[in-house]
Ligand binder design. Structure first.
Ligand SMILES: Cc1cc2nc3c(=O)[nH]c(=O)nc-3n(C[C@H](O)[C@H](O)[C@H](O)COP(=O)(O)O)c2cc1C
Length: 299
């Protein structure tokens, strides 16, 4: 654990508010939450009670706090900021994000301010040409029953023999998530940016959206399923024929953490390029980077 974490937790104990504790510790709020998550990982116990707003420390958190207070007072500097942040802590929010299924989510979902931050993060994703070839459609609480009717109709179209339980499940996909969004990919047809790069930009935006939700303390998951490929449902949701309904994003407070999963190792996606030894192949490979360089731009 680093000194910045000590100060953040002591400030949190004093302020009992994430925003004010971040301010007092001279770190952005997202960093404060990341530091807490990293400390929880290190200690193997939750330190703060779950939820997007500060709701108090867990018993383990209280014990940790008492030890830290002692340490800081022994060190002679119980309040001054000491910006010591290790690289592991900086990337901790990215390493710790998990998808949280709707059955593990409860209200509240993100409010207007949090949603705005989440969208700002999505809009900061790398985007060739600044096209933002995607958009987000929100399904407010009062429209969920109407959405459930559409999901049920889609299920009947796909499976005329669907059981009442299947139909109920289809409806629940519309009504259960505390917050529900559709992520729509809208490639710009007349752009010089290849469509595949627009898809990548949309995917990067979706990744930022999920990471921002996680850093704000919410659980989130993207689910597509067969219904995303149904043209009737797409039209009913206002998705144009040149757009794609990529998936539905459920968001909410985390009731229960998802089960642990094994993550692939960096080595599985990493290799080092070597020039080919054969003359013919080598010449072809040498030409390829030049072609790419000619198109390279940050615009
Ligand atoms: C566009 C998109 C659509 C997805 N659709 C589904 C789906 O229909 N069903 C599903 O089980 N997982 C789906 N996933 C995967 C989950 O959202 C999640 O990423 C996966 O279960 C891995 O969990 P993790 O994010 O905690 O590593 C989808 C992911 C993306 C990006």
């Amino acid at each position: 654990m680093v000194i910045t974490q000590f100060h953040c937790l002591v400030s949190l104990a004093r302020e009992r508010h994430y925003g004010r504790a971040a301010e007092a510790s001279h770190v952005p709020q997202a960093d404060l939450l990341a530091l807490i998550r990293a400390a929880e990982k290190e200690f193997g116990h939750p330190i703060v009670k779950p939820g997007p707003r500060f709701a108090g420390f867990t018993p383990e958190g209280e014990r940790l706090l008492a030890t830290m207070r002692q340490f800081l007072s022994d060190a002679g500097d119980p309040s001054g900021p000491m910006p010591v942040v290790t690289s592991e802590i900086v990337v901790a929010p990215l390493l710790q994000r998990r998808s949280v299924s709707p059955k593990r989510l409860c209200a509240p979902g993100p409010g207007a301010e949090d949603t705005d931050l989440i969208l700002q993060a999505a809009l900061r994703a790398p985007d060739h040409g600044g096209l933002h070839p995607w958009r987000v459609l929100e399904f407010p609480e009062r429209q969920r029953e109407a959405l459930a009717d559409l999901f049920e109709d889609e299920k009947r179209r796909r499976d005329p023999l669907a059981s009442p339980a299947d139909l109920r499940l289809a409806r629940e996909h519309a009504t259960r998530p505390p917050s529900l969004l559709a992520f729509i990919v809208s490639p710009r047809a007349r752009s010089k940016v290849p469509t595949r790069e627009q898809w990548l930009a949309a995917g990067a935006a979706l990744g930022n959206l999920l990471n921002a939700a996680h850093q704000l303390g919410f659980g989130a998951i993207v689910l597509s399923g067969e219904r995303c490929f149904d043209p009737v449902l797409a039209a009913q949701l206002g998705v144009r024929p040149d757009e794609f309904l990529a998936g539905f994003v459920s968001l909410g407070s985390v009731v229960e953490a998802p089960p642990p999963r094994r993550h692939p190792l960096p080595a599985q996606v990493w290799s080092s390029w070597m020039p080919a030894t054969g003359a013919g192949t080598g010449a072809r490979q040498a030409a390829e980077p030049q072609k790419l360089e000619a198109r390279d731009s940050e615009g």
